[in-house]
Ligand binder design. Structure first.
Ligand SMILES: [Zn+2]
Length: 266
């Protein structure tokens, strides 16, 4: 990657934050000079590529990212919040703009009324599948990229930027029998543990509730699955993702007892 080479010589690079020097379990790669040239959507693509390029941050084809950006509605000319979220298929490392779905945020949020009217709620209910069929009706800008099942997980977190990763270090914690206690031990109340459930609309609503219940939380560990964290600034979101993985990596390093680490796998 040519970007990799130009980055090292950049005087206004990541050194400014003081973060990279102490990271041992992830690679810090944000380049302020490079990012400054990009449009907001391009910055989301850039962030996604950086996250996807480090196998310790997420697995190939796994995880997704989003940004809630103000766009101009093509019909009304009014500013409108658009959720740009990694769509179905492809990999974060190589994702381009066309790999991201774009949806009117208020329309996605309004699907909760539709959801509430259904006789049965929760994972594997009919309404979950029905909602998936309604995402195309929320499309902004005639974008043909299909939305992924993780879309609501991004929509209902009321912060501008959300990263959802599958980092090995965090999954080691998330898959442990005592995952909830470990999450508290590593992150205090900065990260909230929630039990595994199938991704979908119900999970999105639960995340929204977690943020309301824990207004100072920065992220969630989803049992047996991975990490979801957020910030109102994209670089801050990227740095937070790295920091949270780093903390899990260090904790594991300090507590490694081989097979029986964390009381074994659940
Ligand atoms: Zn996932």
């Amino acid at each position: 990657m040519s970007r990799q080479q130009t980055r090292s010589g950049s005087p206004a690079g990541p050194q400014a934050t003081g973060e990279p020097a102490r990271l041992r379990h992830v690679t810090y790669a944000w380049d302020d000079t490079y990012a400054a040239e990009l449009s907001p959507v391009e910055r989301l693509v850039y962030r996604s590529n950086l996250l996807g390029a480090d196998g310790r941050i997420t697995n190939t084809g796994g995880g997704n990212t989003s940004a809630k950006l103000e766009e101009r509605d093509p019909l009304s000319g009014e500013p409108v919040d658009v959720l740009w979220v990694k769509g179905s298929g492809g990999d974060l490392r190589t994702a381009r703009r066309e790999n991201f779905a774009s949806l009117y945020l208020d329309k996605v949020i309004a699907l909760s009324q539709h959801y509430d009217r259904a006789p049965q709620h929760g994972p594997k209910t009919e309404i979950e599948d029905e909602i998936v069929g309604l995402y195309p009706h929320c499309t902004f800008g005639l974008n043909p990229r299909p939305s992924s099942i993780d879309t609501p997980l991004h929509a209902f977190v009321p912060f501008r930027h959300v990263d959802h990763m599958h980092p090995n270090a965090v999954i080691a914690v998330a898959a442990a029998a005592n995952a909830e206690r470990l999450t508290r031990e590593i992150y205090g109340d900065e990260v909230v543990w929630i039990p595994w459930q199938r991704p979908g609309f119900d999970l999105g609503l639960k995340l929204g509730q977690v943020v309301r219940d824990h207004p100072t939380a920065k992220g969630v560990i989803l049992g047996g699955h991975g990490l979801i964290n957020w910030a109102d600034d994209d670089k801050a979101c990227y740095e937070l993702t790295l920091e949270l993985i780093e903390r899990a990596g260090r904790f594991i390093e300090e507590h490694d007892k081989g097979e029986n680490t964390f009381g074994g796998q659940k």
